[in-house]
Design a protein around this ligand. Structure first.
Ligand code: FAD
Length: 395
């Protein structure tokens, strides 16, 4: 059986539901296809169930992409204030937390229900539990999609199938496979916003620290510096400071951690030497850092000395080690734990205004399937809303 619709949206996630509403609201027939039994499964678990919907400080530099200017047009046309209007329509309030992050004041499932209801009320039809395995461009224009419910024909298609993270709730590589099959380049995907794993020797040294957290600054080659909380776990480093830097990290590279950002460690050590010459160095440092971390560093980055025997050179070297602790991750925790996928459909092959593939007229991409990855803090959903809105307007 062939089902015909002017527009098919692939994926009933954040980008797909917004896109479908935009299409249907202009009186154009649209079917939203998703292989999950419920729409928005990932959206429902975002932000610990309260969805960090956007960030008031959103800027192009908060996104990783091979084409760093790509996001500007869509963000300018549907930004954080538009997201707030959308939430107001849903009857959901927002709470501003750290660094401009806006969270819903009610469960994210309410937002999913609203997005589904709004799209359906405008005339969109949801086809759930329907798995799509491929798409073919028809010679005279339009597309034929192979699905578990038969073939679907559409004049235009919006691919909003997301990234590879959290395969247990429906993530798949379909969007990237479709792009490749039509000759649209894909930037090799990798897990982003993911915990970093210990090497075997670091695990032995730091596993006891599991549960400790502290505010640090992290960076790796090509990344900006991220000041945020770092959490030690049995497997490695987690918490926002590790997740942020993981999106830039490449196998083999190191991560540098400033364990006492903004603190004049050398000056403070020299002061402590004058004032507390009999105190052990570990006791002095234990007031500034988790005690177990000081013990893990003792004998390597930190000597076992009373303060009175600390030389000026020691103080300078300790300060350097604590401001520039270098860690060599063995890897990331992978797509099962990664909040996003870095890489995806190459934005250099896509119009930033219409999100349409330059060489495949009628085929649009929106959301995480594209090579656009935001920082932690609401940026990825902002991208899903902005790109979904623009793709929906353009078809
Ligand atoms: C645990 C977790 C917490 C997060 N928290 C936040 C947060 O608080 N703030 C933030 O900004 N970002 C957060 N993110 C990231 C954010 O959820 C995603 O970037 C965003 O949902 C991407 O939207 P999307 O519409 O592009 O894709 P998705 O929301 O992933 O939707 C894609 C849809 O396509 C469907 N699909 C996939 N393959 C097929 C197929 N073969 N056939 C049919 N359908 C298919 C899927 O079932 C899914 O419904 C979080 C991610 C995770 C995993």
């Amino acid at each position: 059986m062939v089902t015909d619709a002017p527009v098919v949206v692939l994926g009933a996630g954040a980008a797909g539901l917004v896109a479908a509403h935009q299409v249907a609201a202009r009186g154009i027939g649209v079917i939203v296809v998703d292989h999950q039994a419920r729409p928005g499964r990932k959206l429902a678990i975002t932000g610990g169930g309260y969805c960090n919907v956007t960030n008031m400080r959103v800027k192009a530099r908060c996104f990783i992409s091979s084409n760093p200017h790509f996001v500007k047009s869509a963000l300018a046309r549907f930004g954080p204030w538009d997201v707030m209007d959308m939430l107001a329509d849903a009857g959901i309030g927002v709470e501003e937390r750290d660094r401009g992050e806006l969270f819903c004041d009610q469960r994210a499932t309410l937002l999913v229900d609203f997005l589904q209801g709004r799209a359906e009320a405008a005339g969109a039809r949801l086809m759930l539990g329907c798995s799509v395995s491929g798409l073919r461009a028809l010679p005279g224009g339009g597309f034929l999609l192979r699905s578990s419910r038969g073939e679907l024909q559409a004049s235009r298609v919006i691919v909003a199938t997301g990234g590879l993270s959290y395969p247990g709730i429906g993530a798949s590589g379909l969007g990237m496979d479709i792009a490749r099959s039509l000759g649209i380049p894909v930037v090799a995907p990798r897990p982003g916003l993911a915990p970093l794993l210990w090497s075997a020797s670091d695990r032995e040294r730091f596993a006891d620290l599991s549960g400790n957290s502290l505010e640090v600054t992290t960076r790796c080659p090509d990344s900006p510096a991220f000041r945020a909380d770092l959490l030690f776990t049995h497997r490695g480093l987690s918490g926002p400071a590790a997740l942020q830097v993981s999106s830039y990290w490449r196998p083999g590279a190191s991560v540098t951690v400033d364990l006492l950002p903004g603190i004049d460690v050398e000056g403070r050590l020299l002061e402590a030497r004058r004032e507390r010459p009999r105190a052990a160095l570990r006791t002095v440092l234990g007031a500034w850092l988790p005690k177990r971390l000081v013990l893990a560093f003792e004998g390597r980055e930190i000597p076992d000395l009373p303060m009175g025997r600390l030389s000026d050179l020691h103080a300078a070297a300790i300060a350097d080690s604590l401001h520039r602790w270098t860690f060599h991750p063995a890897g990331t925790a992978g797509y099962d734990k990664a909040e996003v996928t870095v890489g995806g459909v190459d934005t250099r092959a896509i119009s930033s205004k219409t999100l349409e593939a330059r060489d495949v007229p009628g085929l649009h991409f929106a959301g995480e399937v594209l090579d656009v990855t935001g920082w932690l803090g609401g940026y990825n959903l902002q991208w899903a809303w902005s790109s979904g809105h623009c793709a929906g307007r353009a078809v």
